[in-house]
Write a protein that binds this ligand. Sequence first.
Ligand code: NAP
Length: 267
Amino acid sequence: MTTATNPRVLITGASSGIGRELAEIFARNGYRVLLAADDDLLDKAVDELRATGAAVDGHRLDLAVPDEVDRLAAWTQDVAGGVDALVLNAGTGVNGAFAGSATGLHEQLKVVDVNVRSVVHLAKLLVPGMVGAGHGRVLITSSIAGVSPGPYNSVYNASKAFLSSFAQALRDELRGSGVSVTTLMPGPTDTLFFDRAKMHDTKLGQSSKDDAKTVAEQGFSAMMKGTDHVVAGSFFNKVQSVAGHLLPDPLLAAVHRRMTMPGSGRR
Ligand SMILES: NC(=O)c1ccc[n+]([C@@H]2O[C@H](COP(=O)([O-])OP(=O)(O)OC[C@H]3O[C@@H](n4cnc5c(N)ncnc54)[C@H](OP(=O)(O)O)[C@@H]3O)[C@@H](O)[C@H]2O)c1
């Protein structure tokens, strides 16, 4: 049973995968949950969570469209009067040679717009309210992909490098404000991501994956503790994350290309 005094969270990318699991965890922890995503799965997530007795609202939008992001922030204010927690989780990827015809300009720019631009946009609109209130928790879903250049996922990996840097800088600026920023860094996780990025014929697409619920639980726990970042999932992800800081970029790129080159899964 939620009341007007329950804490409120906005979660982007809450219709499937890691965001959907985070929505369930927040609801279980007594939050009023505001969910944002782009397709019919959002309505299903809202219905399922409401059926558990949670207070849930959903807002459909395309995060790649700045006007729609403005409307999401205004809706958040109208529906809940602001948020105590903000989960900037939505993300998308594209696999294929950047200079080849298999990837289009529009879809590459959409990765930038959703993964980077919408995060900056929503943080700029919603974090000042949290600072004004003197408390708040922010979780930004980056990736261990952000520690390595990503041939055939070049824009995606670069977008995640941006997010990791942005989150750490914002965290530092907000020291003493009562608002913490945590970076969630999953490795390969069993969600719709690889389908949507058309990565089934790559070694990475076919590799073993972490469970989205486990990743979400680790993200939630780190966020609530105010930890700066968490590398979620398998021990191998932690090794990769450390290697990303120790090894030279050309070597990291060469290793990555073996995992993400289209057709690599058939060799
Ligand atoms: N799966 C992995 O291996 C992995 C690893 C590291 C990091 N991550 C990151 O984890 C986050 C969540 O991804 P996931 O793995 O859970 O994949 P997912 O199941 O595909 O979920 C992605 C979510 O983002 C939303 N989204 C994508 N484009 C959108 C747009 N233009 N407008 C509004 N919402 C949009 C989707 O909503 P709709 O369905 O409504 O479009 C969906 O709710 C992403 O940031 C991803 O980069 C994933």
